[in-house]
Design a protein around this ligand. Structure first.
Ligand SMILES: [Zn+2]
Ligand SMILES: [Zn+2]
Length: 272
């Protein structure tokens, strides 16, 4: 088994189809030996019909109230933002906010994505709804993923192996390496036998061959899943994936990787 000290893709009750509180996830992380946990709620129109109202984003607006160290675990603040078009734009980029959470008029108005992202340590970019990719070519899909990855706040693409959008693997893996960003290997993708597992395996093989790092995450939607990446690790063992290319192998390697990508630099004091 590999040393993996960080789980950097997890959800709480806020994401609506997830079932644990942040403290339950932090405790579970601590019990599983995880030293750094990132919470990455959905930032998406899938959560609310009224997704243009700032009221629905108070959870994300106030993340700075969270402790950085909790039950012996370093806690990072992220989100999993939907890729919403073929330009690789992320959810909220075109949503104007004209009222505060208590209904006061904002003058000047704000931009939803900007208001949320400036409070976060990093962003995961994921395709959930594939509506905008229908009828598009593999080349266009590849371009979409690369543009999303080039966003200065995005550290990696979420579950690229199971999103069901075909793309040129080598182009994305090579661009990720140039940007010092990892490719995610997501434990949830191993919940189904067959195709997704095969795609994830091919992705990992190319990352090993091209020297691109990976980030092995649970995508936990309940606390009992936090820190448990046994199926992904079994696949990595089968292909003899090198431990040193796992960016979240230690707390330090993840924080260093985040800084090297230019997404977020911490001084240790700010994590206390
Ligand atoms: Zn997702
Ligand atoms: Zn997720």
């Amino acid at each position: 088994m590999y040393q993996i000290e960080c789980d950097t893709h997890t959800h709480t009750l806020y994401s609506r189809h997830a079932y644990s509180t942040i403290e339950e996830n932090v405790r579970a992380a601590s019990e599983a030996g995880i030293k750094l946990l990132a919470t990455t709620e959905h930032f998406s129109d899938m959560l609310y019909d009224d997704y243009k109202s700032l009221k629905n984003y108070q959870y994300l607006l106030c993340l700075s109230n969270w402790p950085r160290q909790w039950h012996g675990v370093t806690l990072l603040r992220g989100c999993e933002a939907d890729i919403v078009d073929m330009e690789g734009h992320l959810f909220g980029h075109d949503i104007e906010i004209t009222r505060s959470t208590i209904g006061d008029v904002l003058d000047p108005p704000g931009n939803l994505q900007e208001m949320i992202f400036r409070r976060l340590d990093f962003v995961i970019a994921s395709v959930h709804s594939k509506r905008h990719t229908e009828g598009q070519s593999i080349a266009k899909n590849t371009e979409m993923y690369i543009k999303a990855l080039e966003n200065p706040l995005v550290f990696f693409i979420g579950h690229i192996g199971r999103a069901g959008v075909p793309f040129e693997l080598d182009e994305v893996v090579k661009r990720a390496k140039e940007l010092n960003k990892p490719i995610e290997i997501n434990e949830h993708s191993f919940s189904w036998e067959g195709h997704h597992q095969q795609v994830c395996r091919e992705i990992a093989i190319r990352c090993a061959e091209l020297g691109t790092s990976i980030c092995v995450n649970t995508d936990a939607h309940m606390s009992c899943e936090v820190g448990r990446t046994q199926k992904a690790q079994a696949m990595l063992e089968e292909i003899s994936f090198p431990q040193e290319l796992i960016i979240n192998r230690t707390r330090e390697s993840f924080i260093e990787g985040l800084a090297k990508s230019g997404v977020r630099t911490f001084d240790e004091a700010s994590l206390k």
